[in-house]
Structure formats: structure tokens, C-alpha cells
Design a protein around this ligand. Structure first.
Ligand code: SAH
Length: 223
């Protein structure tokens, strides 16, 4: 009985150790950007997953967050963040707030974060969570993110954390020059290539990286 309750009420230091192990075993070596590693160490990932899954929050895979959505695997969060080549003070638009974890990682790195979610329940729950964690500089919006967030454009960086059939045109239009966007793009709904888009001196180039599997990007410019 006693042991049972001890297990349930994990001490914050347990999670700190788990975060440290997550960084050592899953990220170091593959992720080289120190600011990204610091953010992965600093953000309390277990607070962004459903309570029953908190003890699994630092494992090497995605987890369900309700409404058919998932929080990405730690490595994928770190990889996409590193690919953004972001610096403090830059503005970033995230499509697919979900749990709010990716947004918190970006805020930890000193970015000005704008994040859009289309599932009402997730939007409200995450907004509340972010405020309760003191992350009130993160701007949230309930909308179809494939249309971007025109009032705050252009964005130095854009990250899309759901997979669609193409790069939504409004997002390309709202990317600053110079600017970088990281987005999974799929031939099918099940599998996407991670694509990095650069805008520089008026020119847009895109480079495909490895395969990833994200939940669907739906909406006007999604599936
Ligand atoms: N970045 C999130 C990952 C969430 S999963 C995290 O760190 O937890 C992807 C999210 O994208 C889901 O919550 C889904 O509802 C959302 N989504 C899908 N299509 C969208 C759209 N057109 N606009 C905004 N959000 C969208």
C-alpha cells in the first residue's frame, strides 16, 4: 500500500532524473544544438500528458493526448526544433498546439510563440495549462492553422506539427525573408517526409529530410 502510493506520487526529482536520462539516451549525439538540449531538459514534459501517462512521459515514443491526437516523441520535437535554427527574440508560428509541449520548448528558447489549434477541447485545456505554468507569453488561437495567423505575420520561423498533403500556401506567404519552415508533407496520410523550407533573398527552396509519421493536418489546406 505504502509502496503503491509512493509510486503514484512521484517526487519532482524523479522526473528531473528521467528528463536527464531522456536527454542522455535519446538526444545527445543526435541533437547538437545546446539551446535545444537545454530546453528539453528544462520543460517538464510529464505535465503535458494525461495524468495516467505521466510516468511514461520521458519514454522514446509519442503518447496519446486525447481527441485522436498525440504528443510527438521527444527526439522528433528536438529534431524539428533544431532544424528551425531559431535564435532568441525570433517570432514563430506553430500549427497544431496539441498538448502545448512543443510551444513550451520554443518559449524556453526565448522565441515569441504564436500557436494555433483547431480542436476546441484541446485548445482550451492547453491554454489553461500554459497559463498555470506561467507561460503567458505564448499566444494561442482556436482556428484552422493552415490559414496561418495573418495579423501577426510575417514569422521568422514556422513549425507544423501535423502532416498534410502539401505546404499550405498561406503559410508560405506568412514566412519572413529570411525565414525557415519545418513541416511534414505526405504522399499518403500515414507517412510523411519532413521538409525544410527556406526563404532567402526572395527565393523559396525546399529540402526533404527523413520519414516521419504525424497525425493529420486537416483544414482548408490540409487533408
Ligand atoms: N505540437 C503538439 C503536437 C500535437 S499533434 C504537441 O507538442 O503536443 C497535432 C495537432 O495538430 C493536433 O492537436 C491537431 O488537432 C492539430 N491540427 C491538425 N490540423 C490542424 C489545423 N488545420 N489547424 C490547427 N491545428 C491542427
Amino acid at each position: 500500500m505504502e509502496q503503491h502510493s509512493r509510486k503514484k506520487n512521484r517526487m519532482p526529482s524523479d522526473y528531473r532524473r528521467q528528463r536527464e536520462r531522456m536527454v542522455e539516451e535519446q538526444l545527445e549525439g543526435r541533437i547538437t544544438d545546446e539551446a535545444v538540449l537545454a530546453a528539453m531538459r528544462g520543460v517538464h514534459r510529464h505535465l503535458f500528458v494525461p495524468e495516467a501517462l505521466q510516468v511514461r512521459a520521458y519514454e522514446d515514443h509519442p503518447l496519446p493526448i486525447g481527441y485522436g491526437q498525440t504528443i510527438s516523441q521527444p527526439y522528433i520535437v528536438a529534431l524539428m526544433t533544431q532544424l528551425l535554427e531559431a535564435r532568441p527574440g525570433m517570432s514563430i508560428l506553430e500549427i497544431g498546439t496539441g498538448s502545448g509541449y512543443q510551444a513550451a520548448v520554443l518559449a524556453h528558447m526565448g522565441l515569441e510563440v504564436f500557436t494555433v489549434e483547431r480542436v476546441r477541447e484541446l485548445y482550451f485545456a492547453t491554454k489553461e495549462l500554459l497559463l498555470s505554468l506561467g507561460l503567458h507569453t505564448i499566444r494561442t488561437r482556436l482556428a484552422d492553422g493552415t490559414l496561418g495567423w495573418e495579423e501577426n505575420a510575417p514569422f521568422d520561423r514556422i513549425i507544423v506539427t501535423a502532416g498534410g498533403p502539401d505546404i499550405p500556401v498561406p503559410l508560405l506567404e506568412q514566412l519572413a525573408d529570411p525565414g525557415i519552415m519545418v513541416i511534414p508533407v505526405g504522399q499518403t496520410r500515414r507517412e510523411q517526409r519532413l521538409v525544410r523550407v527556406f526563404r532567402q533573398d526572395g527565393k523559396v527552396t525546399a529540402r526533404a529530410l527523413g520519414n516521419v509519421a504525424f497525425v493529420d493536418l486537416v483544414g482548408d489546406h490540409g487533408w
